[in-house]
Design a protein around this ligand. Structure first.
Ligand code: TGC
Ligand code: FAD
Length: 388
């Protein structure tokens, strides 16, 4: 089936600037022409299309809204539009861009020394180097504050010991942004591939996000000079603030996956006949399509307003959490409904909804599970944290 055009029932795109529309169109064309022809093969093989990484850089899609040397320096709304168009292709593609931009370039730009920024940001923006972000551990997922990876001062430097699990780009990365507990709380470190004692291992057998690299980071007495520490990152607040950036992109991205599911279902239902008429003629099928479109439209309005607020400097955690929580669940519902409308055909890889459905299960869990975002918004509106 041909690629999905944009879904824009409420003409929200009319409120975009010419530059925003142009960014959207560039990414849309890239996904249609360069990514979609590859995704099926990579999803089946369980690989990320690494050849496209420099192309993502050349198009200005890596660290789009990060401010730093040789970074694209686009607005937050443009970054959102980029994520939306990429995830229409696959959550794995948007994941790559989220990690590289929001979880690697953003902390280097925000907490890094001038030397760290000059050393890493230009090459990361160009897609010549790849990064990963290690916060989650085997025994500390939703509660990263309990992390067991340690950073012990050693002469003028540090010794890191421990490990991180479920890390996107673990095996591909040239540099890992790693969070560890030191004598003064949580600190962030930049660890280069090849540093003695630092190894990675891929996680195999995933049902979900197959076109994305996920793996483990192991630190066995890794010695690092002070110049590898992010000097501006102090305490758990530092890694958690990176998450706000990535969750924002996910809230937009999920809308893209939902649009592709809706579009696929609408077109299939128009062509498929049962009882001598197209499926689109049945009231129950129309109701399913209307529900999908309604929820997509609400989620589009939510993300656009969130982007406008962020561009004005409003960056409140509960606002981001509400959007991530709502939009990912909305997209999962759309993927399941689309798969249902496709009948048996929906279970094959000839159509995208089954792939999106599997991917979105990961998206519902990572960057804070659905439940965690419920509790973040709950704490925001009641003033009472239900965590501890
Ligand atoms: P808590 O006491 O609430 O917070 C500690 C300090 O951090 C501040 N803070 C934040 N700051 C900025 N942004 C946020 N989102 C923040 N959340 C909290 C907070 O104000 C406090 O500051 P201060 O100055 O008082 O010290 O911490 P807690 O230990 O009670 O935990 C709270 C909780 C559960 C909300 C948090 O830990 C959490 O968000 N858990 C979910 C973990 C998570 O999202 N992990 C994601 C790992 S990365 C990932 O999944 C990448 S997927 C990549 C891809 O492929 O796209
Ligand atoms: P747990 O925290 O064990 O949660 C299990 C269940 O318990 C969930 O339903 C959860 O909602 C519920 N639960 C937990 N606490 C509470 C509570 N207080 N109240 C109510 N319910 C609760 N991490 C990184 O650091 N970097 C990455 O690049 C990265 N990439 C990832 C890629 C993929 C494909 C996946 C699947 C995960 C990735 N993660 C990454 C890890 C991800 O952030 C964690 O999986 C996530 O934070 C949840 O942690 P957990 O899996 O340990 O689940």
């Amino acid at each position: 089936m041909a690629a999905c055009a944009g879904i824009d029932f409420y003409r929200l795109d009319e409120t975009l600037s010419d530059e925003e529309r142009s960014v959207r169109d560039v990414v849309r064309a890239f996904v249609d022409r360069e990514f979609l022809p590859l995704v099926r093969e990579h999803f089946l093989a369980g690989t990320f299309p690494t050849d496209l990484i420099p192309r993502l850089g050349a198009l200005g899609l890596l660290g789009a809204s990060v401010q730093g040397p040789d970074c694209p320096g686009l607005s937050h709304t443009m970054y959102g539009l980029i994520c939306r168009e990429l995830e229409r292709g696959d959550s794995g593609l948007r994941s790559f861009v989220s990690v590289q931009g929001s979880l690697v370039m953003w902390p280097i730009a925000t907490f890094g020394s001038e030397e760290q920024k000059q050393r890493w940001l230009p090459e990361l923006a160009a897609g010549k180097k790849i990064g990963c972000f290690g916060l989650t551990e085997a025994d500390h997922g939703s509660d990263p504050g309990g992390m067991a990876t340690t950073a012990v001062p050693d002469g003028g430097g540090w010794i890191l010991h421990g490990g991180k699990l479920w890390i996107t780009n673990a095996d591909l990365a040239d540099v890992a942004v790693v969070w560890a507990r030191g004598p003064e709380g949580v600190s962030g470190f930049l660890i280069e591939k090849g540093t003695p004692g630092f190894t990675t291992a891929p996680i195999k057998g995933k049902w979900s996000l197959r076109a994305s690299d996920t793996g483990e980071l192991v630190f066995d007495e890794v010695r690092l000079p002070e110049s590898c520490r992010l000097p501006g990152a102090r305490g758990l607040k530092a890694p958690l603030s990176c998450l706000n950036e990535a969750r924002y992109g996910i809230a937009w991205g999920a809308v893209g996956a939902a649009c592709d599911c809706y579009d696929t279902a609408l077109r299939y239902a128009g062509q498929r006949h049962q009882f001598d008429r197209p499926l689109t003629g049945f009231q129950l099928v129309q109701a399913k399509l209307v529900t999908m479109l309604t929820e997509i439209t609400k989620a589009q309005a939510l993300t656009l307003q969130l982007g406008r607020l962020k561009d004005r400097g409003v960056n409140e955690t509960p606002l981001v959490s509400l959007a991530k929580r709502n939009n990912v669940d909305m997209a999962l519902d759309c993927a399941r409904t689309a798969r249902d409308i496709l009948g048996a055909a929906g279970i094959t890889d000839e159509f995208s909804p089954g792939r999106h459905m599997a991917n979105l299960e990961s998206v519902r869990t990572y960057e804070g599970t659905h439940d965690i975002h419920t509790l973040i918004v709950g704490a925001g509106i009641t003033g009472q944290s239900a965590f501890r």
